[in-house]
Design a protein around this ligand. Structure first.
Ligand SMILES: Cc1cc2nc3c(=O)[nH]c(=O)nc-3n(C[C@H](O)[C@H](O)[C@H](O)COP(=O)(O)OP(=O)(O)OC[C@H]3O[C@@H](n4cnc5c(N)ncnc54)[C@H](O)[C@@H]3O)c2cc1C
Length: 397
C-alpha cells in the first residue's frame, strides 16, 4: 500500500532543511543571482559538513521533501550542493557494486566534491540516441572524443574538486542506441577540459559547463555496465535502458525542486495579498469567488496535484518498483505547474512581482529550467503517452 508517512526524525530533518533554507539560502540568493559564476564557498562547506545528517542525498520521500524545502530557499544554490549528483544517479543505475564503491567513496571523505552527468551535445538533446561522442577501446583503456554541453556542475566536478563526470558515448555508431554506454571520467584525467561556463536566465548559482573530450584516455574498467553491443531489439537495448533508469531516479527529484520554487512564489503572493487585507475564502461556490481567489486556488491545486505525483514517483522508487511512467508524469506536471504558478504570481503582484527588490521575478526565471532539463515537458509527455498507449519509441515519436 502506498504510504507517505514520515517518522518524527524525518519530519524534524525537513523542518531543519526549511530553517536552513530561510536563514542560509534566502539571504544570499540575490547576490549569487547577480554574481553569476562566483562560488558560495561558505554555504558549500556547510552543506558538505551536513551531508551525513539527513542532507540532500537519498532516495526516499523525506529526502525529496528536504530538496523541496531547500529549493524554496533557492534552487540555484541548492544545485551547488556538493555530492554525487546526477553522475551518482547514473553510477547507481548502471554500475556494478565494485564500481559504486570505487567511484562514490570519494563523496564521503575529504574536501567537497561534485558528480555530474554529460549526455547533451550540440546536435543531440531530447534525441539522446543521436550522441556523437565516441569511445574507442585501445588495450586496457577507452579513448573518448567529443563535445558535451550544458553539463550541470561540470566545472565544479572537473576543475574545482576531485569529482567525476559520467559521459555517455557511443562504442559503435552503426548500432544506434545499442552502442551508447556510460563512462566515468574522473577529475584530473588528461584530455578532458571545461571549455566554458554558460550565462543563464535562471538558476545562476549553478554552473553549467561545456566539456571537451580530446583523446581522453580512461581505464577500461570505467565503463559502467557491459561493453557488449546487443542489437536484438533496437528500442530496448541494455546500455540505453540504463540511461532511462537514471532518469527514473532523477525526474521525481527535479519535480521536487520545481515544487520548492512554486511554493516560494505562492507563499510570497499570499502573504503580500494578506498584507493588503485580501484573504482567500476557501469553500465558497465558484460564482462567489473573486478572480484573485480563483487564481490562487488554481495555483494551489496545480501545486498539490504535482506534489502528489512527485510523492508517488519517489515512493515507488524507494520501494524499487518500476516508475518510468510515474517519474515522467511527475516531472511533466511539476515543470509546467511551477512555470505557470510563478508567472501568475508575478502577474498578480504587478510591479512588486517585476521589481528586483523581491525574489519573485527571480523565481519566475528559475522555474523554467524544470520544464527543460532531464527531458523537456514535451518529451516527458511523450514517455507518458507511450507507456499508457503501449506504443514503442519507434511507433510514437
Ligand atoms: C541549465 C541547464 C542544465 C542542464 N544540465 C544538463 C546536464 O547536467 N546534463 C545533460 O546531459 N544535459 C543537461 N542539460 C540539457 C538538457 O537536458 C537539454 O537542453 C534538453 O534535454 C533539451 O534538449 P535540446 O536542448 O537539444 O533541445 P531539443 O531536443 O532540440 O528540443 C527543442 C524543443 O523541441 C521539443 N521537442 C524535441 N523533440 C520533440 C518530440 N519528439 N516531440 C515534441 N517536441 C519535441 C522540445 O520539447 C523543446 O521544446 C541542461 C540544460 C540546461 C538549460
Amino acid at each position: 500500500m502506498i504510504d507517505f508517512e514520515l517518522t518524527p526524525e524525518e519530519q524534524a530533518s525537513i523542518e531543519r532543511a526549511h530553517k536552513q533554507a530561510e536563514e542560509e539560502l534566502r539571504p544570499i540568493a540575490r547576490y549569487y543571482d547577480e554574481h553569476e559564476h562566483e562560488s558560495p564557498d561558505e554555504l558549500i562547506n556547510k552543506m558538505w559538513q551536513r551531508r551525513g545528517e539527513g542532507g540532500l542525498i537519498g532516495l526516499g520521500i523525506a529526502s525529496a521533501l528536504r530538496i523541496e524545502e531547500t529549493c524554496w530557499g533557492d534552487a540555484g544554490l541548492m544545485l551547488t550542493n556538493p555530492g554525487p549528483g546526477l553522475g551518482g544517479a547514473a553510477i547507481l543505475a548502471s554500475g556494478t557494486r565494485e564500481q559504486q564503491e570505487r567511484f562514490l567513496r570519494r563523496f564521503n571523505e575529504g574536501k567537497p566534491k561534485w558528480g555530474a552527468m554529460a549526455m547533451t551535445e550540440p546536435g543531440c538533446g531530447s534525441d539522446t540516441a543521436a550522441i556523437q561522442t565516441t569511445a574507442v577501446r585501445d588495450g586496457d583503456e577507452w579513448v573518448l572524443n567529443g563535445e558535451k554541453i550544458f553539463v550541470t556542475g561540470g566545472k565544479r566536478a572537473l576543475e574545482e574538486s576531485d569529482g567525476l563526470v559520467v559521459v555517455w558515448a557511443t562504442v559503435d555508431k552503426s548500432a544506434g542506441r545499442a552502442g551508447i554506454k556510460p563512462f566515468v571520467v574522473e577529475a584530473g584525467t588528461p584530455g578532458v577540459r571545461v571549455e566554458k561556463v554558460e550565462k543563464k536566465l535562471g538558476i545562476r548559482a549553478s554552473d553549467t559547463a561545456t566539456i571537451i573530450l580530446d583523446n581522453c584516455r580512461i581505464p577500461y574498467e570505467n565503463i559502467l555496465g557491459s561493453p557488449e553491443v546487443r542489437r536484438v531489439d533496437p528500442s530496448q537495448t541494455a546500455g540505453f535502458k540504463k540511461a532511462m533508469a537514471t532518469f527514473d531516479a532523477t525526474r521525481p527529484i527535479i519535480a521536487a525542486m520545481a515544487l520548492g520554487v512554486g511554493r516560494a512564489a505562492l507563499d510570497f503572493a499570499k502573504e503580500a495579498l494578506e498584507k493588503e487585507g485580501v484573504k482567500i475564502r476557501y469553500g465558497l461556490p465558484r460564482q462567489k469567488q473573486t478572480a484573485i481567489e480563483r487564481d490562487i486556488m488554481d495555483m494551489e491545486a496545480n501545486y498539490k496535484a504535482a506534489k502528489m505525483l512527485m510523492l508517488r514517483a519517489v515512493w515507488m522508487m524507494s520501494q524499487f518498483k518500476p516508475n518510468s511512467l510515474e517519474a515522467s508524469m511527475a516531472k511533466a506536471k511539476a515543470g509546467l505547474a511551477v512555470t505557470k504558478i510563478t508567472q501568475k504570481a508575478v502577474e498578480l503582484m504587478g510591479p512588486l512581482g517585476y521589481s528586483r527588490k523581491y525574489l519573485l521575478e527571480k523565481w519566475m526565471r528559475d522555474a523554467k529550467i524544470n520544464d527543460i532539463f532531464e527531458g523537456t515537458g514535451q518529451i516527458n509527455m511523450l514517455v507518458v503517452a507511450r507507456r499508457i498507449l503501449g506504443y514503442s519509441r519507434e511507433q510514437l515519436k
